[in-house]
Unconditional design. Structure first.
Length: 342
């Protein structure tokens, strides 16, 4: 005889399993899966393992007087009822990281246990290997100025909800396994000064609305699978460092890059760029390092490069260039103990 237990009773039974382990039981059947993904179950499950006096009082304050940062374990993103566990990468049964929770648990923890309104300006978590997706709930932390989630093993796409962080000045999601296109919603972050998405698996083109990021000073997108033109980046005249190497960008280097008068580093190596090196780059008086190697560029090195008084490193080998480096440029580079390759 088959006995079917009521959903309420099943939820009560499974609520005694620690949040660290409960997700694995989703595979039992469709009914159990639906129960474990419900908000009501998350409320009951978390209540078993988090003290009542924590409700509405957990503070996301990732800074402290020790080294200027608070430990990840103390940030409010770690639920740990085993007080003897202090290791950042601990994987014990009495610990669960917010980033690794089921989405319904994340939402309940965010709305019920965190202190509201949440006033947090910096959130940094590095080198913990969570192997999960970036929670969309991060888009609700509207006071964030800096969000840095580096080498956490994140996979999946970059949530478009991050485009709601209108106060953000720095976004660093580097060294993960993020895939899919860069969401155009990031183009709404008009206060952004630093955008670092390098060492992921991102595809597609750089969103055209990035031209609105007028305050951007650093753009680092190297080591992805990005493609298409980089034409519209020429409108970002405040850029100081641009690193787009090891992608699949194609087309010509825009003449408008000559308007980036503050540019100190331009790294376009290991792409599929073609055409001539624009003369306009010779007007970048602050340019110190220029990497154009491993592309499909042709023609000569522009004579205007003789005006690059700050240039100390220039690499343009493995292209189809002809001629030699202007003598004035060569002399200036040698004087700075720099190097060049063509």
């Amino acid at each position: 005889m088959n006995v079917i237990l009521p959903s309420e009773l099943l939820a009560r039974i499974f609520s005694w399993i620690h949040p660290h382990s409960v997700a694995r039981y989703r595979l039992l059947c469709h009914t159990i899966n639906a129960i474990l993904l419900s908000r009501s179950f998350a409320v009951e499950n978390l209540a078993r393992f988090i003290a009542r006096n924590h409700i509405g009082k957990v503070d996301l304050m990732p800074t402290t007087s020790v080294g200027g940062r608070r430990a990840y374990k103390e940030s409010g993103l770690v639920i740990d009822t085993d007080k003897t566990c202090y290791k950042v990468q601990c994987n014990c049964e009495m610990r669960v990281d917010w980033f690794c929770m089921l989405s319904n648990h994340q939402e309940v923890y965010y709305s019920k246990y965190l202190a509201h309104p949440i006033v947090i300006t910096n959130l940094e978590c590095h080198w913990i290997y969570l192997r999960s997706r970036i929670p969309v709930e991060l888009g609700s932390l509207s006071t964030l100025v800096s969000l840095s989630l580096v080498a956490l093993g994140f996979h999946g796409s970059i949530p478009k909800e991050l485009g709601q962080l209108i106060n953000l000045e720095q976004l660093n999601l580097s060294s993960n396994s993020l895939s899919g296109p860069i969401p155009p919603e990031l183009g709404r972050l008009v206060r952004l000064k630093k955008l670092m998405l390098y060492s992921n698996k991102l595809v597609g083109e750089i969103p055209s609305n990035f031209v609105e990021l007028k305050d951007l000073k650093e753009l680092i997108l190297k080591e992805n699978l990005l493609s298409g033109s980089i034409y519209h980046l020429g409108g970002l005249v405040g850029l100081v460092r641009v690193i787009l190497s090891k992608n699949r960008f194609s087309g010509e280097i825009p003449c408008s890059f000559g308007n980036m008068k503050k540019l100190e580093l331009l790294d376009l190596r290991d792409n599929q760029l073609s055409g001539r090196i624009p003369d306009e780059l010779g007007g970048l008086n602050n340019l110190v390092r220029l990497f154009l190697n491993n592309n499909q560029l042709d023609g000569c090195v522009p004579s205007s490069f003789a005006n690059l008084s700050s240039l100390s490193i220039f690499e343009a080998h493995q292209n189809n260039l002809t001629g030699s480096l202007p003598s004035h440029v060569l002399a200036a580079i040698v004087a700075k103990d720099g190097w060049f390759t063509i």
